[in-house]
Write a protein that binds this ligand. Structure first.
Ligand code: SF4
Length: 198
């Protein structure tokens, strides 16, 4: 069983970031692009590279089970207070899996006002509760777009591949893929973000 719910940020994010991940596919609503968009192989980064390590897959599964427990909010809040990260990323892998879980994330963010949270989502079926989360002063949710979902429909800012027409048609911040260098811009600003496919 995982010792900590929180995960330390990787080298691109830096030590000011903590994360909480869930299993991809099981919790998100993957498009064909996610599953096969890179020459027949997954384009979604959460289905590639380090996310294929057995310990990472097992950790996400265990965190998914723990997120369903009654003490999940208390445990998360205690760990965030102890680690006191300035920035927090929900779901480098995975997504909101039901409205009850979104409600738990709302409680966590409200209890941790000194931390800035962000995430991306494809769960259009949970738009109402996710929009409520996005209204918190310390939480930004972006709708994830790709070549099969080219237009945002959730009433949220978007996160999109930079080849999509919506990026050139809108104001959008280009992700540098180096958070300390970029000054954690996408945590600090509720803007659209575009990123390179890699
Ligand atoms: S926009 Fe900046 S802070 Fe956000 S993920 Fe990209 S590099 Fe990191």
């Amino acid at each position: 069983m995982v010792k900590n719910l929180l995960i330390k940020g990787n080298s691109k994010m830096g030590p000011s970031v903590n994360l909480f991940n869930l299993p991809s596919k099981k919790t998100c609503t993957p498009t064909k692009w996610c599953l096969e968009g890179m020459n027949g192989k997954p384009a979604c980064y959460a289905l590639r590279n380090n996310f294929l390590f057995l310990n990472v897959i097992q950790g996400a599964k265990e965190r998914f089970e723990l997120s369903k427990q009654e003490d999940f909010v208390d445990r998360m809040v205690k760990e965030i207070h102890r680690a006191s990260p300035k920035y927090f990323r929900f779901h480098s892998s995975g997504d909101f899996y039901n409205a009850k879980y979104v409600g738990k994330v709302i409680e966590i963010a409200k209890a941790c006002p000194d931390t800035l949270f962000r995430t991306t989502t494809r769960r259009r079926d949970l738009s109402d509760s996710i929009k409520e989360l996005n209204q918190l002063p310390n939480f930004i949710v972006r709708e994830s777009l790709d070549s099969e979902r080219k237009i945002p429909k959730m009433g949220l800012p978007f996160a999109a591949l930079n080849g999509l027409p919506i990026v050139s048609e809108s104001d959008s911040y280009h992700c540098l893929d180096d958070c300390p260098k970029c000054g954690y811009y996408c945590w600090e600003h509720s803007c659209n973000v575009d990123f390179d496919e890699h």
